[in-house]
Ligand binder design. Structure first.
Ligand SMILES: N[C@@H](CCC(=O)N[C@@H](CS)C(=O)NCC(=O)O)C(=O)O
Length: 199
């Protein structure tokens, strides 16, 4: 398999976390790309011109990170997504929450890098609120035992999102007043997959 990737992408990290958890990371050949070359490198296989884009051993291009994560889990029989029942919907819902956090932190960061005058402080504040609300919801989940210590597509995405928010949104000070969530994240971050993929 081949993966179009860049180390800075949180979506790529999520896919690599799943690959490590499924024992598949050694089977992935990494094809580096950059913002300057991404269209030339990727768009013939992914018209969205985005990473991660995975090329399977059969030559099929897969995107986005959620689809690639499910593919790797299926291939590696990682057991990261329950087949049916309430647990499946809990994991998928938590994956959506983590994915939404990554989107918010990523869009916010990109906005802050726009030239003065093109940047919208109101829009940045909206993303700040989104992130704070989500962190509060995660803290409540951690307090009520709804955030598992086990790796699944939900918890891996959430851990990836927290790491990315910590990196790109330090002014958010997400762990202030959220000690139970901070303890959950500290423990989860010690997983070999988290250590192996740290940016
Ligand atoms: N929904 C996609 C988002 C992927 C995405 O936005 N990737 C960024 C890198 S962090 C990208 O490729 N940006 C280039 C662009 O959109 O032009 C996923 O989950 O994979």
């Amino acid at each position: 398999m081949k993966l179009h990737y860049a180390l800075s992408s949180p979506y790529v990290r999520k896919v690599m976390l799943v690959a490590h958890e499924c024992g598949l990371s050694d089977r992935i050949e990494l094809l580096p790309t950059t913002p300057q070359t991404i269209i030339d490198d990727v768009s013939s296989e992914n018209p969205l011109g985005q990473i991660p884009t995975l090329i399977t051993d059969e030559g099929i291009a897969l995107y986005d990170s959620n689809v690639i994560a499910e593919y790797l889990d299926d291939l590696g029989k990682g057991g990261l997504l329950p087949a049916s029942g309430p647990d499946r919907w809990r994991v998928l819902k938590q994956q959506s929450l983590g994915q939404g956090m990554i989107n918010a932190a990523n869009l916010r960061y990109n906005e802050t890098r726009r030239p003065e005058g093109e940047m919208s402080p109101a829009w940045i504040a909206k993303k700040d609120n989104e992130l704070h609300r989500t962190f509060d919801a995660l803290d409540a989940m951690a307090r009520t035992g709804k955030l598992s210590d086990n790796a699944d597509l939900g918890t891996l995405t959430i851990a990836c999102a927290i790491a990315y928010a910590e990196l790109r949104w330090p002014e958010g000070a997400w762990d202030t007043g959220r000690s139970i969530l901070a303890a959950w994240y500290k423990k989860f971050s010690a997983r070999p997959s988290m250590l192996a993929t740290a940016p």
